[in-house]
Design a protein around this ligand. Structure first.
Ligand code: CA
Length: 641
């Protein structure tokens, strides 16, 4: 009989290139979607991308206006951010879509023309504002809160007036972006609310028909979000919508999101919504600028267009059916694809010229610690609803299909979970015959897999030695990886004495004064415990320390252990193995000085099936007059060949 070690810890998802046939998207039926429920898309970077040559296509492959395409696919609102003056002192753009008033107006005109409403996202900064930074615009530097409030009112009023003059259909205006206790350089609620009140006043004056929103993030910290809502109430802010970002990787569960938003809606009589969300359709980067999320897909949501669509469906279901007063969700930058260059240098030139990356190097003047160091392209091109060439993914249909009561599709595997196998390097083992697949409806099923590596290949890996090896396989046309860790399994119990003397027997054959397991990390080879011996008298240390091993499979093995000690005088120390009462292996050991460990391993020995096996150490010391002492630790029995 030979022991088979196959230990699977499957979890990480592997990603095939997406292979969803057109029209093959599964969308669960979440019941009636209210007519006025918002399915928004943030398109802040689209003008910069198009200026640099990016084009978007419809499902038939024809070049199309992205706004019309989104409208046809169930999007109701376009969101776009507004920065006050996103240019350096020489007039060069900071990038990130160059989201000034001119860009916003262009986006607004096109969204209105396509029959979409605009959500205006005031950052009150010259560049990115989020929980990490809320820098005031350059022109507002040094202003008091009172002065900034006046500037906020004036800037909001004039920007919205330009939109109004261009007959832009504004559905919502948010005052501040992810203002978690900071806004425009103000770090306390009196200051923040003063600015918010000023901005809200301008919204009511120019766009009285629009919803006025405030936007926060980190709903995983529900207490904090409730605290923010309470502050807004204490300062009696006149707003309609309490909005939060919800990024599935960082922001807690949907149950938590529903609970926190429902509480706030009830407590203050507000509408609530998710103002930003996104999910990857691939792990791959397409623009040579790293992405915020590129591995470890959430369980049940592979990085595929179907996984992306299922995540949106789940969020919509949560908001519509399990959250009180929820009015919509907005997908963040769902078209921020690669600028299209063939390599990093080509893209860098496009980003710098057209501002289609998240930051240009010119932003360093304003934001030296972040943009100044890490300027580059899109960090979310793998979370778009378009492939790198601008063709829509099947997942873009999810919004319309949700409204139409879902979409059936034949059940099929959408992605496979990678497998992790740990095997004893010298034992016989098999790779798993099946892997877990995530089906298009989010369920899981075991499907057969064929690995590229055969027995000869596995033998070659054994020859290379211990380590982790990636083995590729194919399951229903999808590539899957097996991460095989070859290691030496220790077949002893309690090998390092961390469980005290469990499984070990001390037998004193002389007059050893101290013989026990000691808890003293500085005297242990590893962990905190080891076997300790000491005797003051000459010629008194003599003992064995043994462990019986039950049910060792037939095969070849080695035994080893480590010892250190001193003052031993003449010693007779050896590790040994008894099989059916007969010593079959033996290796001498020695003690010398404190913390000089002697590690010895026996030659390989054969164990027949059903044999009684005992491994042990014999220690005898005459002692040098100071009392012989020593420590034993980290025993092992490994398979051998
Ligand atoms: Ca990227």
């Amino acid at each position: 009989m030979k022991r088979l070690f196959v230990l699977c810890l499957a979890l990480c998802l592997c990603l095939p290139a997406f292979s969803l046939a057109d029209g093959d998207l599964y969308v669960k039926n979440i019941g009636a979607v209210p007519d006025d429920f918002i399915f928004g898309m943030d398109l802040s970077s689209v003008i910069s991308l198009e200026s640099g040559g990016t084009r978007f296509y419809d499902f038939d492959g024809n070049e199309t206006d992205i706004f019309s395409l989104l409208k046809q696919n169930g999007i109701t609102h376009i969101r776009a951010r507004l920065w006050n003056e996103p240019y350096d002192s020489k007039g060069r753009p900071y990038g990130g879509g160059i989201c000034d008033l001119d860009t916003l107006t262009q986006i607004g005109i096109r969204s209105t023309k396509a029959g979409l409403k605009l959500i205006v996202d005031f950052h009150y900064s010259d560049f990115w504002a989020d929980p990490g930074k809320q820098m005031p615009p350059k022109a507002w530097a040094g202003m008091s809160a009172e002065e900034k409030a006046a500037a906020t009112y004036g800037f909001t009023l004039s920007a919205l007036t330009v939109l109004r003059e261009n007959a832009i259909d504004v559905g919502m205006v948010q005052i501040g972006n992810e203002t978690n206790g900071r806004l425009c350089g103000e770090n306390d609620w009196p200051g923040i609310c003063r600015l918010m009140a000023a901005g809200l006043k301008a919204v009511r004056e120019v766009y009285p028909e629009a919803l006025a929103a405030l936007h926060f993030t980190n709903p995983e910290n529900g207490a904090q979000l409730r605290y923010f809502a309470k502050q807004l109430d204490l300062y009696a802010l006149d707003y309609d919508v309490f909005a939060t970002s919800w990024y599935p990787f960082w922001h807690g569960s949907l149950d938590n999101l529903a609970a926190v938003l429902s509480d706030i809606a009830d407590a203050y009589g507000k509408k609530v919504m998710v103002m930003e969300t996104s999910y990857p359709y691939t792990a791959l980067d397409s623009d040579f600028s790293g992405n915020t999320v590129s591995s470890n897909a959430l369980d049940g949501y592979p990085f595929t267009p179907q996984g992306q669509a299922n995540m949106i469906a789940e969020l919509a279901d949560t908001l519509i059916n399990r959250t009180r007063s929820a009015i919509g969700l907005v997908y963040w930058e769902g078209a921020w694809i690669t600028a299209g260059g063939a390599d990093y240098e080509e893209n860098l030139a496009l980003w710098e010229k057209y501002g289609s990356g998240w930051a240009t190097r010119f932003a360093g003047e304003y934001d030296p610690d972040d943009a100044g160091k890490y300027y580059g392209g899109s960090a979310v091109d793998n979370q778009a609803f378009f492939d790198p060439a601008g063709h829509p993914l099947p997942s873009l249909r999810v919004f319309r299909l949700l409204r139409e009561g879902g979409a059936e599709a034949p059940l099929h595997a959408d992605a496979c979970e990678n497998v992790y196998v740990s095997a004893d390097i010298n034992a016989e083992f098999r790779l798993p015959e099946s892997v877990s697949a995530v089906m298009n409806d989010g369920s899981k099923k075991s499907i057969p897999v064929a690995w590229d590596t055969d027995d000869a290949g596995l033998e070659a890996l054994r020859q290379k030695g211990a380590g982790t090896y990636e083995i590729h396989g194919t399951a229903q046309g999808m590539t899957v990886s097996c991460f095989l860790t070859l290691e030496y399994h220790n077949l002893l119990s309690n090998p390092g004495f961390e469980e005290g003397d469990a499984h070990w027997q001390f037998t004193d054959l002389g007059n050893t004064q101290q013989l026990y397991v000691e808890d003293k990390p500085s005297d242990s080879l590893s962990g905190s415990k080891h076997a300790h011996f000491w005797s003051a008298k000459t010629d008194s240390v003599r003992f064995t320390l043994e462990q019986d091993i039950e049910d060792l499979p037939e095969g070849k093995y080695v035994f080893g252990i480590s010892i250190m000690g001193g003052d031993g005088g003449k010693t007779d120390i050896y590790a040994y193995v008894n099989v059916n009462g007969e010593t079959v292996a033996k290796v001498p050991m020695k003690i010398s000085y404190y913390n000089v460990w002697d590690t010895e391993t026996t030659e390989a020995f054969f164990v027949p099936e059903g044999a009684r096996v005992t491994v042990g150490v014999y220690v005898a010391c005459q002692g040098s007059g100071n009392g012989a002492w020593g420590k034993l630790d980290d025993a092992f029995v490994n398979s051998a060949r």
